[in-house]
Design a protein around this ligand. Structure first.
Ligand code: UDP
Length: 236
């Protein structure tokens, strides 16, 4: 089921229900794609019709960001929990390990993906990571050929937003891949290059406060949240 905020669709699935749907998509040989939606992206999409259509074309839009939750509450929607890109990636790796599905990591600076793979294998020792490629490779055909040769069930694309969303939608038809997920800077976090907020901040919806403390320049991005909520309340 989907809800719509300022013209952008957002699914109200939980990690568990979405993971089931994704497994089903793989088993039935269906291509699908997951994008993360947060208030900043919704505001950007208001000024950029292409981006809005692109986000809405995705099969699943996950509610990443506490702002979407608040908006859903205002609008009496059904979104009850945040589904973050990185936690969705972890949920899919857990499913992949359990059901013998394969994953490929594409994006981030050279070396980051390998480190991310190493750390993923510490948590999911039998996970089949069938390929890793950095996000700065210039030879487009080489990227497609490498992924097609590896034939992953799930391709995680970490090129930053909206580049990764454009990349996925453009290349889906040429790729022998079932599931695509845009994961932003998740490989940097998984590799240990960037630290996530401690559990307390994540569970209480205060991850933004922790990140603001660490990276004060984020204030410009975060000030968009009240604007987003104001617009949702006044326009829908
Ligand atoms: N990146 C990439 N290729 C590029 C530009 C960026 O692989 O040409 C990677 C970058 O190394 C980083 C990620 O994309 O790992 C962007 O992370 P960021 O946190 O900025 O993305 P967001 O989650 O905010 O969309």
């Amino acid at each position: 089921m989907k809800e719509s905020y300022l013209g952008v669709d957002v699914c109200n699935h939980s990690y568990v229900s979405l993971t089931h749907l994704i497994k089903d998509d793989i088993d039935r040989n269906r291509q699908s794609c997951i994008v993360a939606v947060n208030p900043e992206k919704v505001l950007k999409a208001q000024a950029d019709d292409n981006l809005r259509q692109l986000l809405n074309q995705a099969t699943y839009q996950i509610p990443d960001g506490v702002g979407i939750l608040i908006a859903s509450k205002f609008k009496k929607g059904l979104i009850k929990e945040r589904v973050t890109g990185i936690d969705m990636l972890l949920a899919l790796c857990e499913m992949a390990e359990k059901h013998d599905k394969t994953v490929f990591l594409y994006g981030a600076k050279p070396g980051v993906g390998e480190k991310a793979r190493e750390n993923l294998l510490k948590t999911f020792p039998s996970l089949r990571v069938v390929g890793v490629m950095d996000g700065y490779e210039k030879n487009h055909q080489k990227i497609l050929d490498t992924i097609n040769l590896a034939k992953p069930d799930i391709l995680f694309v970490g090129l930053g937003s909206p580049r990764q969303e454009y990349w996925i939608l453009e290349n889906m038809p040429q790729l022998n891949v079932r599931i695509f997920q845009g994961v932003g800077g998740s490989f940097d976090v998984l590799s240990g290059n960037i630290k996530r907020a401690p559990r307390f901040f994540r569970k209480s919806g205060l991850e933004w406060l922790y990140r603001l403390g660490k990276e004060p320049y984020r204030i410009k991005r975060q000030l968009k949240l009240p604007l987003f909520l104001f617009k949702v309340l006044t326009k829908g």
